[in-house]
Design a protein around this ligand. Sequence first.
Ligand SMILES: [Zn+2]
Length: 137
Amino acid sequence: MNNSKDYTKYIVVKKSGIHGKGIFVSTDILKGNKILDIEGDVINGDECERREEENNNVYIFWNGDDCYIDTSMSARIKYINHDCNFNCDVVENDNDGLMIIAYRNIKKGEELTIDYGYEDIYEDCGCDSCTQDEDPE
Ligand SMILES: [Zn+2]
């Protein structure tokens, strides 16, 4: 793995074909490279539940045990979309937090996507791989 390059300056927020806005890269990134840290409020499970229910907050990442990261105030990471054919992965970084890495080689101009990993997302998924595979009925 080569984590020497700082990719954060190659991340741009643009209109997405999947949903609303998305985050895109303006350079090629090789599989396994760190792209950016997941920044936000570190909160516990009770607070996570409260924010999800009261604020309809969908920008919260689970960080193991009773620890969650609320990215709703972040400039970029909150725009990452779900795709069943995702190109990024969420892993632990060196500071007990989370980061986004390239799950496969990513080409300049691609939208960065992850697997949100919760049931509801798959039911009515609008990602390219789901809408293309639909059987005409
Ligand atoms: Zn899908």
